[in-house]
Structures are given as C-alpha cells and as structure tokens.
Design a protein around this ligand. Structure first.
Ligand code: AKG
Length: 336
C-alpha cells in the first residue's frame, strides 16, 4: 500500500531530540513542492470562501483570517491529510503506532495586520488529553519575527502549569478560571529563552501541544503571512470534552474518556478506515443550531468574565515592536 506518501526525508535523531527537549523543532526543506502547492490551493479556497466558523473566528480583527476543519469541505486538504507524508513524521515524533488526524487550522495575517497571536498552550483548551499529540505549522510565505513568524518558549512543554486558554481569537467560552494565568513573557525576557526561526516555504515547525507559543503582528507592508496548522493524535489520547474546551461540531464516535474514533478524527496510520473515508464523502457542515449554541455560550462566558468591559479576566500581554527587542532577549535567543 503506497499511502500516506513516504516523506522525502525522515527525521534525524537530533531533530527528535530537539523536539523532546525544546518542545518544538524546525524542519528545513522537508515539504515537497507538490504537497506545498496543495496547501496553497486549500488555503486560497478557504480564504475566498470562509466557513461559518471561520467568519466567527475572524470577526474581531480585519486582516487576521482563521478557519478550522477546512479538510472536511476542501477535497485538496482531505487528500493532503490522507495521502501526504505528514502522518509519518507525526508517528515518529509521537512514538505512536496509530496516527489520527485531529484538525486543521488556517492562520492568515494580511500585510500590515498589527495583530499578535497571544502566548498560549493549545492543549489547555482542546477536548482531548494525552501525551502523544503534535502540531505542524506550515508557512506558505517566507516568515521571520517581523512578519509574524512563530515564537516559542523553549522547554515550556515540561512546565507543570496549565494556563488559561488565550486562543488566537480570544474565545471567552474556553477560558477556564481554574487554570493559571499566562505570565507576561515579553515583559520579562530575562526569565525565558525564546526560540524562533526565519523560514521559507517548504520548512515547517513541529511542536508539542503544551509548548507556549505566539507571534507578533505582520509588520510587512507587502508580504502576507499564510500558514496551515495540522494537528495529530496518537495511541494514548482520549476524548475529554468539558464546557470550557473547544467544541467539535462534526460527527464522530468517540465516547467521553475513550479513544478518538470516527469521521471527524480519521485514522491515517497504520491503515485508513474505509468507513471513515466514506463518511467524509457525505457532505457535512455543522448545523446552525450548534453554531448558535456555541456563540451564545461564548457571549455568556464573555459577560461573566467581564471581557470587553473595564475589567478583564485576561492578564495583559506585552507585544511591542519585534524590532525593538531588548538586549536580554538577544542574549537568550538561539537560532539552531
Ligand atoms: O499562526 C499563528 O499566529 C498561530 C498558530 C498557532 O497558535 C497554532 O498553530 O497553534
């Protein structure tokens, strides 16, 4: 059986070690042009025809476009996930027998979009728990810190804290007050070691779901910053939804506390499940009822937390000009 495609290169022991120790690794020149063109086709389709969820996620900042579960409606991204080489890399990073696809997400910042992505941990707001989870961040344009390349706090995936979710679109419904406040990383750069890279199309980042990450706005006046994130799960992952975690609006067969199952989270390795593939062939879009329910839940949570008013449950984060970086950070930075 020839799929998913064998990657043009496997991960080296050094890259796997970087991932384990730092919680993130940059994989240079790993994505073949054919696959990259499919990512581009998918993102351009998604940008020109956003889903209802995408419109909701992108409503706050002009020029910062997000959308999720693109692969459910865009065949080119379904093919990328089922037949592209990514699942092999995910299996190696997660040390898992089984690889399931969790979801995909578009992040586009148009030139001059001065909207940072706040520092956050992904797993705190996902409706799953486990260790064998990984995310890939695939840029389609050259990126650096000035046009919103991602920043990571080295080794933060090993910290004991679980931080209140600050999703890129600041969704109030997923802020769990029981969790810790994210420290103001940029205001205390002497305390943290940041990692970031200048990247070209074909490079991608693989990172652990607990690694703190964020990005400045896109200061470039000419260059867009388009990226697709692909999230993967392995053997030990269980479905753990709560009212404070990201809802899944697509059909699946996972039971609470049990493994992920069914069409929303298809198995890619070691073998596809024909029934899940068939389910994808049947048109499915989240019912407006569910979407309205989520929007209401969000509005109530925002009101309860005082978001948008004079007080706020979200601690401030400092995001100045990336070029005006204090010397402490220069000392700490690594460019592996
Ligand atoms: O592209 C960005 O700015 C955010 C990406 C991100 O938070 C993610 O992929 O988890």
């Amino acid at each position: 059986m020839g799929y998913p495609a064998t990657p043009v290169r496997r991960l080296t022991p050094q890259e796997l070690q970087r991932y384990d120790e730092d919680g993130v690794v940059m994989l240079r020149g790993a994505i073949d042009r054919n696959w990259l063109e499919m990512v581009e086709e998918g993102l351009e389709q998604a940008r020109s025809d956003p889903s209802m969820i995408g419109r909701f996620m992108s409503r706050k900042v002009e020029g910062y476009k997000m959308d999720i579960f693109l692969w459910k409606r865009l065949d080119v991204l379904r093919d990328l996930i089922y037949y592209g080489p990514f699942a092999h890399w995910a299996r190696d990073l997660m040390r898992s027998e089984e690889v399931r696809f969790f979801y995909d997400q578009m992040f586009v910042k148009e030139p001059g979009t001065d909207a940072p992505t706040p520092w956050h941990q992904d797993l705190s707001f996902w409706p799953i728990r486990g260790e064998q989870i990984t995310s890939f961040w695939i840029p389609l344009d050259p990126v650096n810190k000035d046009n919103s390349g991602l920043l990571y706090v080295k080794g933060s995936h090993k910290w004991p804290q679980r931080f209140k979710a600050l999703s890129p679109d600041y969704v109030a419904a997923i802020i769990d007050e029981e969790m810790d406040d994210i420290p103001d990383i940029n205001a205390n750069l002497d305390k943290y070691e940041l990692l970031h890279w200048d990247m070209e199309p074909g490079d991608f980042l693989a990172f652990h779901p607990l690694t703190l990450h964020g990005s400045y706005g896109n200061l470039s006046r000419t260059r867009r910053r388009r990226a697709l994130a692909l999230r993967w799960t392995g053997d030990d992952v269980t479905y753990q939804p709560t009212a404070k975690r990201m809802p899944v609006h697509f059909r699946h067969d996972s039971q609470i506390g049990g493994p992920l199952r069914g069409g929303a989270f298809p198995i890619i390795l070691p073998h596809h499940d024909p029934a899940e593939r068939l389910q994808r062939a049947q048109p499915e879009s989240p019912s407006s009822c569910k979407l309205v329910g989520s929007a209401l839940h969000n509005a109530v949570s925002a009101a309860r937390l005082g978001l948008g008013g004079t007080s706020s449950a979200i601690p401030r984060q400092t995001w100045g000009d990336p070029r005006a970086q204090p010397s402490a950070e220069r000392r700490q930075e690594r460019q592996p």
